[in-house]
Design a protein around this ligand. Structure first.
Ligand SMILES: [Ca+2]
Length: 490
């Protein structure tokens, strides 16, 4: 057996190699990426993925009363991306977007039905890190199917089954089923912190995916839900009375029924039309924020564990979410899926002092697809050919850089909610505009001028003054779809 060299020895070797790099470059054909990998100390990576947390749920993103001091610290001592987006607005596809760096049509996890086997076959960034010598750990919610067994690319595996239970969750820990006691965020946090505290001889990736702030429900193999209202948000007992008596803020587009949105104005048998009364209740919103309070405590415990180890400043820490949620905008609540801003926007914070000055803010558009190439670049590894995402590392040093002028958002029709049946679409968003083309509803296209109408309340698709822009956006959408190709079937 070949002994694994200690981290100190590797660092010494890397430093020596860095000094020799100019001489070696003339002798051996090292690629630029290999040279970087050899010369730089590879950071540890802690990737924190929350579920359904909105970009504006955090103190650091302007929430008036949500208390998230530990999460905010990542932004205060690192970078806050103000325009970060998910490209598919439901759990399973978005998780696959993050892991693969591919658009949903590129990886084939197109909805929340049981795609356990397919998710074992994805080529993911943790696999690349593992092959490059990283120790890799997964803790939390995988949610591509109800199979909780270990997926390729992870040395250490702690997973909920499907959505998992909020109280006394069952976990698959490296192949053994374990019944835990307690509140799910606390249980997962303990596993995450335990991993950080371990002795690590190699750089590591901790991929920590919380169940919070997702409501309590079981998702069956066909994607249907045990609780179709999907509104049972359960905070930890200690947070049940948090924020009592506060006034819940609402955006202007939550206070009136949708207009000029034929897809949302369809008559759905047995359901009232969308409007202020169909949106999320104050109590649902408050319970989500109470659930987030436990996540914030967990982030605090992880930061404390990194500080105690002395590795805080050489750890890339990312905090984000798989997609947003509706607080009554356009009458929506549990549906997710749709392409409006409150669904596609995600929080994105990153702390890594060697590359990021404290208090940095960036406005360039970044996507969930960008995590895979970004984290590989931090580890000194080139991105595999054919990814749809791009590393956002160059944005950290240069506020004028941007990665793209537009991006694709897509949803594949499913049957989980009667309201959202047949709502499959492809959409294109630029910095200024959004065009949504519903695939199965003729005449329901939507076009928004995001500068003049940030709440997406005036559909301009039939306005002559917007006709030229519409032609440009349709051409951009067609070009992006052609470049990415037809959906992969899994
Ligand atoms: Ca989600």
């Amino acid at each position: 057996m070949i002994p694994i060299p200690s981290r100190r020895l590797l660092r010494t070797f890397a430093r020596a190699l860095a000094h020799l790099a100019p001489a070696l470059a003339s002798l051996a054909p090292l690629t630029a990426a290999e040279a970087r990998a050899a010369a730089a100390e590879r950071p540890d990576i802690v990737f924190i993925l929350t579920d359904d947390v909105r970009w504006d749920d955090l103190g650091c993103t302007g929430h008036p009363f949500s208390r998230t001091p530990h999460i905010d610290r990542i932004a205060r001592e690192g970078v806050l991306f103000r325009n970060a987006f998910a490209t598919t607005v439901i759990c399973s596809p978005s998780r696959a977007n993050i892991l693969t760096g591919l658009h949903t049509r590129g990886h084939g996890i197109i909805d929340n039905t049981d795609r356990s086997a397919a998710s074992h076959r994805l080529a993911t960034f943790p696999q690349h890190l593992q092959r490059a010598g990283y120790e890799t750990a997964f803790v939390g919610k995988w949610h591509m199917g109800n199979d909780a067994t270990r997926r390729p690319g992870f040395d250490h595996w702690v997973s909920l089954k499907g959505q998992g239970s909020t109280l006394d969750p069952e976990l698959n820990v490296n192949g053994s089923e374990i019944a835990e006691k307690g509140y799910v965020t606390d249980v997962l946090s303990k596993h995450a912190v335990d991993f950080v505290r371990r002795k690590h001889d190699r750089p590591y990736l901790l991929y920590y995916a919380t169940k919070a702030v997702h409501p309590e429900a079981t998702q069956r193999a066909d994607g249907s839900l045990s609780d179709p209202t999907l509104s049972n948000f359960i905070p930890a007992d200690r947070h049940r009375s948090l924020y009592q008596g506060v006034k819940v803020p609402r955006r202007p587009n939550a206070l009136q029924p949708p207009q000029g949105k034929p897809a949302l104005q369809r008559v759905v048998p047995g359901l009232p039309p969308l409007g202020p009364a169909t949106g999320s209740s104050d109590e649902a919103i408050l319970n989500r924020l109470r659930m987030l309070a436990a996540v914030d405590e967990s982030v605090g415990e992880i930061l404390a564990a990194l500080t105690a180890r002395g590795t805080l400043d050489r750890t890339v820490i990312v905090f984000t979410s798989d997609q947003g949620y509706w607080y009554g905008e356009h009458g929506l609540s549990v549906e997710r899926r749709l392409a409006y801003e409150e669904g596609i926007r995600v929080p994105l914070l990153l702390r890594y002092p060697p590359s990021v000055k404290a208090g940095t803010k960036r406005d360039a558009m970044v996507l969930t697809l960008d995590f895979a190439p970004t984290l590989l670049e931090f580890a000194g590894l080139p991105a595999p050919e054919g990814l749809h995402g791009r590393s956002f590392v160059p944005l950290l040093a240069d506020p004028r850089r941007e990665l793209r002028r537009s991006f694709l958002i897509e949803h594949f029709s499913d049957t989980v909610f009667p309201r959202s049946a047949g709502l499959g679409y492809q959409a294109i968003r630029t910095e200024d505009w959004k065009y949504i083309r519903y695939a199965e509803i003729p005449g329901a296209d939507e076009l928004y001028d995001l500068n003049r109408d940030p709440y997406e309340m005036r559909n301009l698709v039939n306005q002559p003054a917007a006709a030229e822009e519409l032609v440009r956006l349709k051409a951009e959408l067609a070009a992006q779809l052609a470049a990415i190709g037809a959906p992969v079937r899994r």
